[in-house]
Design a protein around this ligand. Structure first.
Ligand code: FAD
Length: 553
């Protein structure tokens, strides 16, 4: 097959236009075209009213070798089209190992978010029969608990938006794109497995795929069934409270198993730690056990809500509402006078702001949507980057960032009235530093509810100043972004992990062999796709380590 890239067509082109463009690019007649598939479809919306679709296609033609030679010869010549014809890359996934018939000890995977799910799946596909230990409940029961907070203001600290089957990404927008470099096409493996589990096929080729919450729930169940059918095992309500570490005669530390909250011990020489960014108790346990953990930068801020129609108009102009474009998103960044950067994060078109706390007496915001993305409001986090120097005042160890998060999340709980409502302020009032009294054109979507007032003291001074400066600057990029009635809801403190559980190039913890820190909580992913990719890479590292042990024995 030949991969043709950068084929540009108008948004409303007839289907035949793509075929015509392929024939023109290759300089062949219809008789030489067996067929084609769309490998990628994106759009260029820089010219509002003149939005262009951009395709990459894989073409089946009997003249492949000759056309490729011609294209390659032209690379040296003047034709700019030449490098846009190439062999279709092989993106199929190749397993790095096959488990021996008898395994000394089964690998453990702690956490069943996207990282643990893919680590578990790929280990199971290679025959290593992993045991996945998840502190939360199976996804359907977990959904009931999550809605318990959203609708009845009752938080279950072990079963919520952060904890339970599917991990933090389950009640989300299900955005599936990432900027990680992925030369081994692991991202393709993640998307392919998602499609096999029930995701729409379009996620394989649209440039910004998303799934939405309802579908994610069913897909997670489907993937669980696959892992079990391959000999893997999944235990819910199984929080890991301790790790067993032995030090050998040479002074090298090795993990030998884990202890669960109910006191059960499981022996293992290979333990994947795919904890997510909210496992604060587990981070503390690992640090206390001497596992190398260091503080890392993250970001804090608020969620902002606008009418989705405002964003659609600003981005797509007269073509707003076109079914191929869907609800518009945005990505904004502003470098502030105080040296901070403020940026938009986890933008959820046509979605809702959700309560994302996992600890009693604390309020945290995040965002989600359904596949249709047809709720009234657009929401995104507007956050300010912070570094370990900023949290030195909250403690001097690697866990100081957690102390900072807890401080501001507890304050948000108080400012919200002490029943999991979140503090909020209208954007116009926030910029003018005026206490908000009543909602205007934008009704916030956050349940249990938003308590209006002032957010002026709800985050550190530098973050408030930076966000206050950034909002009018964003208005220059998206007209209406700083509209008075847009709503800010706080606080958004869990943008990424406040710690890194550092690992070496072989995937093992820097100072504890057999412990494989992975995913977002370990500081190696940010988002569903990159967490899934990191899960695959970690499964490969575990498999290679097990096989090295088998061949030494
Ligand atoms: P997690 O998904 O956090 O999974 C970790 C798992 O480990 C949890 O299930 C937890 O219960 C379990 N665990 C923790 N400690 C223990 C223990 N001691 N014992 C046993 N189990 C334990 N990303 C996107 O790419 N697109 C989006 O649209 C998107 N929207 C989001 C919306 C919301 C509301 C939230 C909260 C997050 C969203 N994210 C989104 C971020 C994304 O969910 C995370 O980046 C991703 O889930 C990280 O995957 P992970 O597997 O590393 O960790």
């Amino acid at each position: 097959m030949l991969r043709l890239t950068d084929i540009k067509l108008p948004l409303d082109h007839p289907e035949a236009a793509l075929t015509d463009a392929i024939l023109a690019r290759l300089g062949i007649g219809a008789g030489d075209l067996v067929g084609y598939t769309v490998a990628k479809r994106s759009y260029d919306a820089r010219k509002r009213g003149g939005i262009v679709l951009i395709y990459s296609v894989d073409v089946d033609t009997p003249r492949e070798a000759e056309l490729l030679r011609r294209a390659q010869a032209a690379v040296a010549g003047p034709s700019p089209a030449a490098n846009k014809v190439a062999p279709t890359p092989d993106t199929s996934y190749k397993f790095v190992a096959r488990a021996p018939a008898s395994l000394p000890l089964r690998p453990l995977v702690i956490g069943m978010g996207p990282c643990g799910l893919f680590a578990g799946l790929v280990l199971a596909q290679m025959g290593f029969r992993p045991i996945i230990l998840e502190r939360g409940k199976a996804v359907r029961e977990r959904t009931v608990d999550t809605f318990g907070l959203w609708r009845k203001k009752v938080l279950n600290p072990e079963s919520n938006v952060q904890f339970g089957e599917g991990g933090a990404g389950t009640f989300s927008d299900g955005k599936l794109y990432s900027q990680i470099s992925d030369k081994h096409h692991h991202g393709r493996k993640v998307l392919t497995e998602f499609v096999a589990a029930g995701a729409p096929e379009e996620i394989l080729y649209v440039s910004k795929p998303h799934i939405g919450t309802f579908r994610l729930v069913g897909m997670v169940e489907e993937m669980r069934a696959t892992i079990e059918a391959l000999g893997g095992e999944i235990r819910f309500s199984s929080r890991v409270d301790d790790v067993l570490v032995e030090t050998d005669a040479a002074g090298s530390r090795h993990v030998r198993g884990v202890t669960l909250a109910n006191g059960d011990e499981l022996r293992a020489d290979h333990v994947v730690m795919a904890l997510g960014h909210s496992a604060r108790d587990t981070f503390a346990m690992l640090h206390a056990r001497g596992v190398f953990v260091e503080a890392k930068p993250f970001s804090i801020g608020f969620r902002i809500e606008h009418p989705q129609s405002l964003i659609d108009q600003a981005r797509f102009g007269p073509q707003a509402g076109h079914p191929l474009l869907g609800a518009a998103d945005y990505k904004l960044v502003h470098h502030c006078r105080n040296g901070r950067s403020v940026y938009s994060f986890c933008m959820c078109p046509g979605g809702t702001v959700v309560a994302a706390a996992s600890e009693p007496g604390r309020v945290v915001t995040n965002g989600m949507s359904q596949y249709s993305r047809n709720e009234r409001n657009a929401n995104a986090a507007i956050v300010c980057g912070i570094t370990p120097e900023d949290y030195a005042e909250y403690g001097d160890g690697p866990l100081a960032g957690i102390a900072l998060q807890r401080h501001w999340e507890s304050l948000a709980f108080e400012l919200g009235g002490g029943e999991y409502e979140a503090p909020g302020q209208l954007v116009g009032d926030f910029i003018g530093n005026v206490v908000s009294q009543a909602f205007g054109a934008v009704q916030p979507s956050y349940t249990p509810g938003v308590r209006l007032g002032s957010l002026d003291a709800s985050l550190p001074r530098y973050a408030i100043d930076a966000i206050r400066e950034a909002l009018p600057a964003f208005d220059k990029q998206i007209k209406g972004f700083a509209m008075s009635d847009a709503v800010l809801t706080g606080v958004e403190t869990r943008t990424s992990s406040p710690v890194r559980i550092t690992r070496g190039v072989d995937g093992h913890s820097l100072n504890t062999r057999g412990l494989f820190p992975a995913g977002e909580g370990a500081g190696y992913a940010g988002g569903i796709l990159s967490a899934g990719v990191d899960g695959i890479k970690t499964a490969e590292a575990v498999a290679l380590s097990i096989m090295a042990g088998v061949s030494r024995a």
